[in-house]
Structures are given as C-alpha cells and as structure tokens.
Write a protein that binds this ligand. Structure first.
Ligand SMILES: *[C@@H]1O[C@H](CO)[C@@H](O)[C@H](O)[C@H]1NC(C)=O
Ligand SMILES: *[C@@H]1O[C@H](CO)[C@@H](O)[C@H](O)[C@H]1NC(C)=O
Ligand SMILES: *[C@@H]1O[C@H](CO)[C@@H](O)[C@H](O)[C@H]1NC(C)=O
Ligand SMILES: *[C@@H]1O[C@H](CO)[C@@H](O)[C@H](O)[C@H]1NC(C)=O
Ligand SMILES: *[C@@H]1O[C@H](CO)[C@@H](O)[C@H](O)[C@H]1NC(C)=O
Ligand SMILES: *[C@@H]1O[C@H](CO)[C@@H](O)[C@H](O)[C@H]1NC(C)=O
Ligand SMILES: *[C@@H]1O[C@H](CO)[C@@H](O)[C@H](O)[C@H]1NC(C)=O
Ligand SMILES: *[C@@H]1O[C@H](CO)[C@@H](O)[C@H](O)[C@H]1NC(C)=O
Length: 511
C-alpha cells in the first residue's frame, strides 16, 4: 500500500524538456512490430507440479521449514513452506536480513517458475499480501478465521513473499538506502543468499510483482536484474504491478480527483455547493479538461504539469479536500476502496484503511505463537507498516515511468499494469494517463510513444464473470482496469488479479 503521498521529487527538467521529435510509423512497420510482439508471447505449456513435491537438499533449508499443520488459528493443512530471516549478502557479519515466506506450487502450479511479491509503503509488509491478497490461505477483513484461498497465486507456481526493504516488518538491520537502485541491489543480494539455500530454484523463470509503492520498487529491481545479467541465477520474464506509484502525485491523485468524485457522485453524496467548489478548484488549477486534452491516441507528447508543483500548488490540493469531506459524510470512508461504509471492519492486521484500526486483540503476525511457527524474531514487534523511514533521507529515485520502466517493458516478454477503479489513494485515470502517454517511448524501432489505439470498453473479460473493466495491450505492455476493485486488486478482485498474473506468465493468451 501507499502510506502518505510522499513522492516529493522536484527534478522536472528531464520530464518537461524531453519532448524529443517522434516520427510516426507506417502501417506496415507497425504490423511487423505487432507480429514480432506476438511471437514474444508464445510459451510452451507449463510443467505442472502434480505429484511432485519440492524438496531442498541443502541441510540449511530445514531450519526454515514450516509445518503446514501447525500455523496458529489455521485449522487445515496448508502444506509445506519455508520462512525466516535471510541476510542480504554473503558477509558472515551481515546484520541486515529480510524476512521471507516461500511456498512451493500447489497441485496445479508450474514447477518452472517463481513469483516474487512485495507490498509497497515504502515500509509496508508483504505479509499483508500473503494473508489478505494472494497467499495460500487468507484471513480477510471482518472475518472470523483463516480459510483456504482458492485464488492463491501458488496455484500458478512457487511464490516468494519478501518483507523489504530493510526496516520493514520482521526484517532486521539499519536502513541505509538512498534510492531504488540501492534497494534493488539489496533485494538481489538477499535473493542470492536465498538461492544458495534453496538451490533447486536456480534457473527458474522469474516474475516480479507488487502493488502501490512497489510500482517504484519492482521496475527498479527488474532494471537492476536486466542490467546485471549475471547477478542472479534466475531468468526474469516480466513484471506485474497494481495500483502503482509511477509518476507525480499531481498526476496520479490531484488531477483526476474531481473527475473521480463526479464518476462516483452517489457514493460520495456531496452537496451541490461543495461540488461547485470542487469544480471551481479544478478549473483554477488546470485540472479540468486535462485528461481530455492530453490523453489522446497516439499522444501528442509528454504530460506537462498543470501548475508549478509535482504535488499540488497552493490552493490546489483537491485530493485532501475531498478526503476530509468524504470522512465527514462517511466516517468509514476508505481511501483504498471507496464503497466501504460504517462500521469499520475488524482487521487482524490492523491496516490498511483511512486510519489505523483500533482493536483489542493482537495483530496476527505480532503473536508469539505465530512468530515461533514461522521462524520470525519473537523480540520484534510487528506492525504492517514501519514506523521508521526505510529510506532515511527519502527515496531519491525518479518515478519509475520517467526512468527505468520503459526499458523494463522493452526487455520483458510481458508487462502487466493493473488498476482498481474504486481506489482513491491512487486514481486509475492518473495511471492510465501515465501508461498511455509516458510509457513505451521506445527509441529503438521508431520511437512510438504511448498507446496508438484507444482502450475499448468492456475489454477485460474475466472467466466466470464476464466484462469487468478494460484491458489493452500494445508492444509488450498490458494495461488492465478493474471495475469495483479497490487499491489491493488481489484482495478486492482476486479473479481479475489471478487471471492477469496467469497472462503475464504466458499461461493464457488474454489478460
Ligand atoms: C507429495 O506429497 C503428498 C502430500 O504429502 C503425497 O500424498 C504424495 O505422495 C507426494 N508425492 C511424491 C511424488 O512424493
Ligand atoms: C566479523 O566480525 C568479527 C568480529 O568483529 C571480525 O573478527 C571478523 O574479521 C569479521 N569478519 C569479516 C568477514 O568481516
Ligand atoms: C488453489 O489453491 C488453494 C489453496 O491452496 C487450494 O485449495 C486449491 O485446491 C487450489 N486450486 C488449484 C486448482 O490448484
Ligand atoms: C544456474 O542454475 C542452473 C539450473 O539449476 C544450473 O544448472 C547452473 O549451474 C546455475 N548456474 C550458476 C552459475 O550457478
Ligand atoms: C506558478 O509560478 C509562476 C511564476 O512564479 C506564478 O506566476 C504562478 O502564479 C504560479 N502558479 C500557481 C498556480 O501557483
Ligand atoms: C456541503 O458540504 C461541505 C463539505 O462537506 C460542508 O462544509 C458544508 O457545510 C455542506 N453544506 C451543507 C448545506 O450541508
Ligand atoms: C532480538 O534478538 C536478536 C537475537 O538475540 C538480537 O540480535 C536483536 O538485536 C534483538 N532485536 C531487538 C529489536 O531487540
Ligand atoms: C465507452 O463507454 C463510455 C461510457 O462509459 C461511453 O461514453 C463511450 O462512448 C464508450 N466508448 C465507445 C467507443 O463505445
């Protein structure tokens, strides 16, 4: 998740000034590229895990083994798994360690692949994803006890949930990263230690996935792996990010906020005079009509800032104005999924929501019996999002869409960007603008910018559901928007998340 809209980055020159000349491609060139892109999508059928139980020869693996029948409150066998702390380097004195939980594939999962998952924040635990999004069992908000997750990503392949960067969750050590390249180097360092113990996973196809601030982490980790091809004995294939931080706060939260309120007028239930006030701010701050003007197919050029700030100019923070008014009308208003109403449901992890959950019982991962069962340090008090800054001097990297993401898209077989349409902390329309405009500025082969053709209505067809939003693919990038889903798409729309992940991995032809 995203805690606070903190991308306070002020490097504007490269963004605004980089309107390099772009030539249009001829139709036949475009066709040739599409054929080429389609080839990259071909994939041999997956080797299914049925009747194969992964075992690890390295004796060190046994110290991480978790008995699937002994997980507190879980009254069914979740099968074998491995978890614990792993150092980020081979230095015997290394004090920095990341906490992981690894699950082998379920009965229908592939043996050839490995999914890496991280939550965002920065500083929020991937055990949230594990317990409430895509793990093999789940303890959902407002529910009495854990149940098996029929949409577990372990049904696709092995999955590795990692609490990173250093300072997050159970992970140990002093945070010392300045940017996302540092973060990527530490993750790769951790992965190498992990692959030494779990050596049977070496050489697998790797898929990096995550949500929210992981829209920053994941492209940088992928870029690091592509640029250091011998750093890791895994074969990176592509990335999946949902409701991602990709660009400026003004683009992802401020510009689209008033359009969003209009789209969901009946949910916000604001009075007429307040709606008129919002419209006036949108006009004054150049938010009104911005989407219509710049989100064209193909786009005319990079997105300009609507004012002087990458956040909000004075008097233009309409996102916070809407948030405050929404909480007045609906005290249970949830920025992560706007449809929530009173009462606020009990959450065994205590977060996320518009505010921290007040509850009497301990957070699940802060229970001693849970820590003992998963080889977590019992003397560490676990909270879903760190109270410290995991980037001691903030994250110095540019947003991923201005830097590494276009390169990662080019080098990956597939890239999937997903956004829930009921998410208010990051708004789909902002992500759509960035995706269709900024991305795919491919210098190689013609320099096409953005999507060339419009996203069609009802183009996301989820098996067993029907149309559930839109999906559009061009030149290796797939953008999916999911109706009714909040910020955490695997939690709020598990079928759409599973299906688009399955597409990323080449197990199906459409997202
Ligand atoms: C794998 O494990 C399951 C459950 O423990 C067991 O029934 C099965 O026989 C094992 N398969 C192999 C090939 O060892
Ligand atoms: C680890 O720390 C010990 C004690 O400070 C020191 O003697 C040793 O040289 C260190 N080892 C390495 C590889 O740095
Ligand atoms: C998917 O995973 C869940 C939880 O492990 C399991 O109950 C279910 O049988 C799996 N389904 C398939 C098709 O593998
Ligand atoms: C990488 O993994 C493959 C597959 O397990 C293995 O055969 C190979 O030796 C490994 N390469 C290195 C450099 O460790
Ligand atoms: C942006 O900066 C210019 C020059 O300093 C100023 O004239 C203008 O009023 C500012 N715009 C806003 C919306 O603050
Ligand atoms: C209209 O809504 C705004 C924002 O919630 C509030 O400040 C104002 O008092 C409301 N006016 C009426 C008449 O309810
Ligand atoms: C927890 O215990 C470990 C091992 O004894 C120790 O290294 C670490 O510093 C302790 N952490 C805290 C937060 O007390
Ligand atoms: C898509 O749906 C919107 C309404 O949701 C409508 O305004 C628009 O015309 C539709 N586009 C096409 C191409 O049918």
């Amino acid at each position: 998740m995203l805690t606070g809209l903190v991308l306070a980055l002020s490097v504007l020159g490269s963004l605004i000034g980089a309107a390099d000349a772009r030539k249009m491609m001829s139709k036949s060139e475009l066709h040739a590229r599409q054929v080429e892109a389609a080839k990259r999508f071909e994939r041999t059928p997956r080797a299914v895990a049925k009747n194969h139980n992964i075992t690890f020869k390295n004796p060190k693996a046994s110290q991480f083994y978790v008995d699937g029948k002994s997980i507190p409150e879980v009254d069914f066998d979740v099968g074998p798994s491995w978890s614990g702390l792993m150092p980020i380097s081979a230095d015997p004195n290394e004090t920095r360690k990341l906490f992981f939980w690894f699950f082998p594939p379920g009965p229908e999962g592939s043996l050839d692949d490995l999914i890496f998952w991280t939550n965002g924040g920065p500083g929020c635990s991937s055990l949230e994803g594990f317990l409430q999004e895509n793990g093999p069992f789940q303890w959902g908000v407002g529910t009495a006890k854990p149940i098996p997750n029929v949409n577990s990503w372990t049904n696709l392949s092995s999955v590795l949930w990692v609490e990173q960067p250093v300072g997050t969750g159970f992970s140990q050590g002093e945070p010392n990263i300045k940017d996302d390249d540092d973060l990527a180097a530490q993750v790769v360092g951790f992965m190498n230690q992990f692959l030494e113990v779990f050596a049977e996973l070496q050489g697998k196809k790797l898929y990096l996935s995550g949500e929210s601030y992981a829209g920053q982490f994941i492209p940088y980790i992928a870029n690091y792996i592509y640029e250091n091809p011998t750093a890791l004995n895994l074969s990176l294939q592509g990335i999946w990010i949902s409701d991602p931080v990709l660009g400026w706060v003004v683009t992802q939260s401020e510009i689209p906020a008033v359009d969003f309120v209009h789209k969901y007028e009946n949910v916000f239930a604001f009075n007429q005079s307040f709606m008129a006030e919002l419209d006036a701010i949108a006009v004054q701050c150049n938010y009104a009509g911005y989407y219509e003007k710049f989100a064209t197919y193909p786009p005319a050029g990079p997105l300009p800032l609507p004012g002087n700030s990458t956040g909000a100019d004075p008097g233009c923070d309409v996102w916070d104005t809407v948030f405050a008014a929404a909480l007045e009308k609906n005290p249970a208003f949830n920025i992560y999924r706007i449809f929530d109403t009173f009462p606020v449901l009990w959450d065994v992890l205590g977060f996320p929501g518009s505010f921290a959950d007040v509850q009497l019982s301990p957070l699940y991962f802060d229970r001693t019996d849970v820590k003992e069962a998963i080889h977590a340090p019992v003397n560490v008090s676990w909270t879903e999002c760190a109270n410290i800054n995991v980037f001691p001097n903030d994250d110095a990297s540019l947003p991923s869409s201005f830097s590494v993401l276009p390169k990662v898209i080019e080098k990956s077989a597939r890239t999937v960007i997903v956004h829930g349409l009921a998410d208010f902390i990051l708004i789909a329309e902002g992500t759509r603008m960035i995706t269709i405009l900024h991305m795919l500025t491919q210098k190689t082969g013609g320099g096409l910018q953005g999507f060339q053709t419009p996203i069609a209505n009802d183009s996301l067809i989820v098996d067993g559901v029907g149309s559930l939003g839109t999906a559009h693919t061009e030149r290796g990038l797939t953008f999916v928007e999911v109706e009714l889903s909040g910020h955490m798409v695997p939690q709020f729309s598990p079928l759409a998340a599973f299906q688009s992940m399955s597409f990323l991995m080449g197990f199906r032809a459409t997202p």
